[in-house]
Design a protein around this ligand. Sequence first.
Ligand code: TYC
Length: 109
Amino acid sequence: MSSKESPEKPQHEAGAVTEAARPELEEPKLYKVVLLNDDYTPMDFVVVVLETFFRMSKEMATQIMLHVHTRGKGVCGVFSRQIAETKVNQVNAFSQAHQHPLLCSMEEA
Ligand code: TYC
């Protein structure tokens, strides 16, 4: 494509007006960031993780923590791949630094 052309710009050629072919762009995939239950991480620590890394209120963080505690896992949020990877790495590093076995992972949404 020359510097003057763009996919949105109609092409004028010998009186004909045509739309340039515009390749379809795929929607970027989304990923659920998931927290897993374990028997050792203190409930208060999980609430702090949800408040700190997922910007939840204490009330919402407590609800999600109790959901994970009773059901085994729960969704903390849905993000693009890069943001989801960053959240997972931040949470797991924070848990390790505090010597808790809390695990965070991601799944295609
Ligand atoms: N099951 C933990 C306890 O009884 C609390 C907990 C909740 C741990 C959620 C992890 O993702 C988790 N102390």
